[in-house]
Design a protein around this ligand. Structure first.
Ligand SMILES: C[C@H](O)[C@H](O)[C@@H](O)C(=O)CO
Ligand SMILES: [Mn+2]
Length: 417
């Protein structure tokens, strides 16, 4: 798109929003400050470098076989660097423990150290990114169906050790990069069929968590992620929403809300205000469940738009750590990142550009028709011209121009893998 046209459209949009009492410049600077936490695992279908040819376990699945997945640390980095050239803003990178720089050595999960992630910290500095971290309970010979809630103390201790080490690594990342790292704990623990000892497993998990969180780390923001069920573990999930919400609120941790981790008609956006009333910060995994926790690429749908609205309208942008979590192996993986990141930003921009003051006046005076009408009208206000202008300001491709860039990278790089 030509610069002149982008500027012209932006001017028209700016005037239109001004008529509704909205300042587009304020919205643009808020969006500029929004740092999303990009998940490294879309590059390689959650394979990691520990045992890249092993199978993905823990009830999660990356479906599809599109060529060009990243096969090693250099390729993961190259792909993220490419993504960064196609998206506006400065973002964080979220790593899983299986993405350490192990240099071909066998380093078991209970042996990981900050040194295995030092090259990531150096890379992040060079690339103007901050880091977040996740312990990894899946895809390991000791994963089974139960890790931190296993009856076997030996297995529990192994995963406790792993998770404490993961938090220490996050602390080092936060310290060196001068930005607290979110450490997200998600475990797959559950059961395929009915269990008759839910209380036992949950008390074992609680006990493991108490040990894991015994020490506070200054440069870490701890989060715990619940889930409804995993494939092959359909009847029971130890770390349910109620379990982690209780644990997080009692112990001053963040709850992570993954959009794919609830009942199909249960929406994440409705949980935001409740959690923010009881917790200083929360974490999100923006995703797109299609019939189950399928981790489809995020698009600009009602769920994401309403999620962004809830955050903006609660004036809570600084209290919500927005991470992405999806892994689609059926399309170009770089393109998958760009679509999802841009869709998330667009949702936030749209929310920032909604005439909330007027909408609230209507609501307060019980003018339901007027509220609904203005809500509908705001959906088609020229917010996309503001987004295009935002892309131009950030020197990244505007609108569909990124498609050919992704195709070029595929031709020159990923298709040769
Ligand atoms: C790989 C991720 O940590 C994982 O997707 C987790 O966050 C999750 O959402 C599991 O369903
Ligand atoms: Mn998740």
């Amino acid at each position: 798109m030509k610069q002149e046209k982008i500027n012209r459209n932006y001017e028209i949009a700016r005037e239109r929003f001004a008529e509704l009492g909205i300042d587009t410049e304020t919205a643009i600077s808020a969006l500029q400050k929004l740092s999303l936490s990009l998940h490294c695992w879309q590059t390689d279908d959650v394979s990691g470098f520990e045992n890249p040819d092993g199978s993905l376990s823990g009830g999660i699945q990356a479906t599809g076989n599109y060529p060009g997945k990243a096969r090693n640390i250099d390729e993961v980095r190259a792909d993220i660097e490419k993504v960064n050239t196609l998206i506006p803003g400065n973002h964080r990178l979220s790593l899983h423990a299986i993405y350490g720089d192990f240099k071909g050595k066998k380093v078991d999960r209970n042996e990981i150290e900050p040194e295995h992630f030092q090259s990531w910290i150096d890379w992040a500095k060079l690339n103007n990114m901050k880091l977040d971290f996740n312990s990894t309970s899946f895809s390991h010979s000791k994963s089974g169906n139960l890790s931190l809630s296993n009856r076997d103390k030996g297995i529990r201790d192994f995963w406790i050790e792993h998770t404490i080490r993961s938090r220490r690594i996050a602390d080092e990342m936060g310290r060196q990069l001068k930005s607290k790292a979110c450490h997200n704990l998600w475990i797959h623990d559950g059961s395929k069929d009915i269990t008759v000892d839910r209380y036992l497993y949950r008390s074992l998990l609680k006990d493991s968590l108490d040990k894991i969180f015994e020490n506070k780390f200054t440069n870490v923001k701890d989060a715990v992620e619940c889930k409804l069920f995993g494939t092959g573990l359909e009847s029971f999930t130890v770390g349910s929403h109620e379990f982690y919400m209780g644990y997080a609120m009692k112990n001053g941790l963040m709850a992570t809300l993954d959009m794919g981790h609830f009942h199909p008609t249960e929406e994440t956006y409705d949980k935001i205000s409740s959690l923010l009333l009881f917790s200083p910060e929360i974490m999100l995994h923006v995703s797109r469940p299609v019939r189950w926790d399928s981790d489809h690429v995020v698009i600009l749908n009602d769920s994401v738009q309403m999620l962004a609205q809830e955050i903006i309208w609660a004036n809570a942008l600084e209290r919500v750590n927005v991470g992405l979590d999806y892994f689609d192996a059926s399309i170009n993986r770089i393109g998958a990142y760009v679509i999802g990141i841009r869709a998330t930003q667009k949702a936030f921009l749209q929310a920032l550009l909604t005439p909330i003051k007027k909408l609230r006046e209507y609501e307060a005076s019980e003018q339901g028709f007027e509220r609904l009408a203005l809500l509908e009208e705001s959906k088609t206000l020229p917010w996309n011209d503001v987004y295009n202008y935002f892309c131009m300001l950030n020197n990244v491709p505007v609108a569909e121009d990124y498609i050919s860039e992704v195709e070029k990278y595929e031709k020159e790089v990923t298709s040769k893998r």
